[in-house]
Design a protein around this ligand. Structure first.
Ligand code: PEP
Ligand code: MG
Length: 548
């Protein structure tokens, strides 16, 4: 609630530039489901029945999705994985648990969310206190069940980011990958985030959607209110709340100029070759995640798609997608890029990107744990479904297939072998080009052995920086160490290019889109960059003004 003095008072918020551009819209203040639930909400006696019904509906909803997930997972990952969902379903069928939930609503006069948290925490503790190791491990399943119920309760009016109105300025403490899959540039015009370093997901998403983002604004959620008018300036890293008419008029003029500038730049980008002052040609491709992005990329003059991130698709489905569904998604998304080179990355999950339906167990050090290719090799059905879909797509598009989070030669060899095997089964004689992501120092230092098995490399500087500088990309406390243009990173890039020899190398991390770094990137020998679509025109322009 706004106090009288806060109401509609003009105010300027200052943060960091995360994604460029100007936009005007109305604030949507987003609190994620787990955050909201930590706020105790008391109810009165007239609301008890309503909350009980909400609990019953959430239980029904979660049971349905557990049955569907168990069936799909059984087909893909085997009975053992599916049994986890069946055990969860059994807990939800347990009359004593349902009774305890309902009684707690009445006895403690608190809302459904809080009841579910309390009762399931109690239940998890009971399991964790047992002497049998197997029962103790069930505590995690119960936490997961509680999370599913909470999500379902929130989802009674759909995910709060799913149907945002047009012209929304999204205001959040931070955004996780599973939040970002719901955003679309048709509704969200800008993002303001309290925590969003340059390689955080909120930043990546905003740049890829081509919308401005300002990060690092302290006490953001306490300052901005639902429906506030906001003018966002991503070029300066500022936002004006409740602007007066003078500020609005000036902003409208700036916005108009910016639009004209972008249209002219996009036209030049589409028509003119990208050649340095000393005559070296450089390819500028786009990073995308959807058909909308591919359309934008082509409109901005991208020479191809250097990185198609597939995680948003897998995170947006409620169940494990079949190879057919994945192939259809790609065939539709890639349509605007027909005839161009398109590099699709195999699913890079693990760490902070975990589709619930896969039920990957939690790990103590997720970023140093099972991510990318490690997960794919552990769940062969998950890998093979994607490879089959990609083989089909390769009959219609010039695709390359990128293997994420490579650390060893064996990571690559195993994927290539699976690929060859499936192609033989499907009667496809020619494999698509295969590429290894260089995102770890181990991969960067293993190029001579990796290149025996792949057709190209793509350097992911976001992770390469995180693992080389030992600074988490989502951790604001070590942002000062996350230096993606540090001499060590540029040296690794140079080494990769030198040792790759004739094997093409591209750079697709956020570093590739940093205009001021382009001259230094070209000096490492890089001749191919992949950047968020909206940055393609500016990056091409910067290359035209640089020497190689
Ligand atoms: C990277 O790590 O630089 C990269 C491109 O992959 P992602 O940002 O999706 O981890
Ligand atoms: Mg990466």
């Amino acid at each position: 609630m706004k106090t009288e003095s806060e109401k509609d008072t003009m105010r300027t918020l200052v943060g960091e530039r995360v994604s460029p551009g100007l936009a005007q819209g109305k604030a949507f203040v987003y609190r994620d489901v787990l955050q909201r639930d930590s706020e105790l909400s008391e109810i009165d006696s007239t609301q008890v029945d309503e909350e009980k019904t909400r609990i019953e509906e959430a239980i029904d909803d979660v049971r349905q999705s557990l049955i569907i997930d168990a069936k799909r997972i059984e087909g893909r990952l085997g009975k053992k994985s599916a049994d986890i969902f069946r055990a969860q379903e059994a807990i939800l069928l347990d009359a004593a648990v349902v009774e305890e939930l309902k009684q707690t609503v009445a006895a403690e006069s608190i809302n459904a969310e809080h009841v579910i948290r309390t009762v399931f925490r109690r239940l998890a503790r009971r399991f964790r206190d047992m002497s049998d190791e197997m029962f103790r491990a069930r505590g995690d399943d119960i936490d997961d069940l509680s999370r599913r119920l909470l999500l379902s309760l929130a989802g009674i009016q759909a995910h709060s980011l799913e149907n945002l109105p047009a012209n929304t300025v999204l205001v959040a403490r931070r955004l996780l990958p599973s939040d970002t899959v719901f955003l679309s540039r048709l509704s969200t015009v800008a993002v303001l985030a309290e925590f969003a370093g340059p390689a955080a997901h909120a930043a990546l998403l905003a740049r890829e959607l081509g919308i401005p983002c300002v990060g690092g604004i302290p006490e953001l959620l306490e300052t901005v209110h639902m429906g506030d008018v906001v003018l966002v300036n991503g070029n300066e890293g500022t936002a004006v709340l409740n602007p007066d008419s003078g500020a609005r008029q000036k902003f409208a003029r700036d916005l108009d100029e910016e639009r004209k500038r972008q249209e002219t730049m996009a036209q030049v980008s589409r028509l003119e070759p990208t050649v340095t002052v000393d005559g070296v040609e450089v390819a500028v491709m786009a990073n995308v995640r959807s058909r909308e992005d591919v359309e934008l990329a082509m409109n901005c003059g991208a020479d191809g798609i250097g990185l198609f991130r597939t995680e948003p698709f897998f995170l947006s489905t409620k169940h494990f997608p079949s190879d057919r569904e994945f192939a259809e998604f790609l065939l539709d998304s890639l349509h605007p890029a027909q005839g161009r080179q398109v590099d699709v990355r195999l699913l890079d999950i693990g760490a902070d990107k975990n589709p619930l339906y896969l039920h990957l167990p939690p790990e103590p050090d997720p970023f140093l744990g099972r991510r990318g290719v490690r997960v794919l090799l552990e769940y062969p059905d998950l890998l093979e479904a994607q490879l089959r879909a990609l083989l089909e797509v390769s009959q219609h598009f010039h695709i390359g297939v990128l293997i994420p989070m490579v650390t060893t030669e064996s990571d690559v060899v195993q994927v290539v072998e699976r690929f060859q095997h499936l192609a033989d089964d499907m009667g496809i004689r020619k494999l698509p080009r295969i590429g290894a992501m260089i995102e770890t120092p181990a991969a960067a230092l293993s190029v001579p052995s990796l290149k025996k098995h792949v057709d190209f490399f793509s350097i992911g500087s976001n992770d390469l920086t995180q693992y080389t500088m030992a600074a988490g990309r989502e951790n604001p406390l070590v942002a000062a160490y996350f230096i993606d243009d540090h001499p060590t990173i540029l040296r690794l890039i140079e080494l990769v290019i030198r040792e790759a020899g004739d094997t093409p190398v591209s750079l697709c991390g956020e570093l590739a889109g940093r205009i001021e770094v382009i001259p230094r990137l070209l000096r490492t020998g890089l001749r191919s960059l992949s950047v968020p679509a909206v940055l393609v025109p500016d990056v091409k322009q910067a290359i035209r003004h640089s020497r190689s």
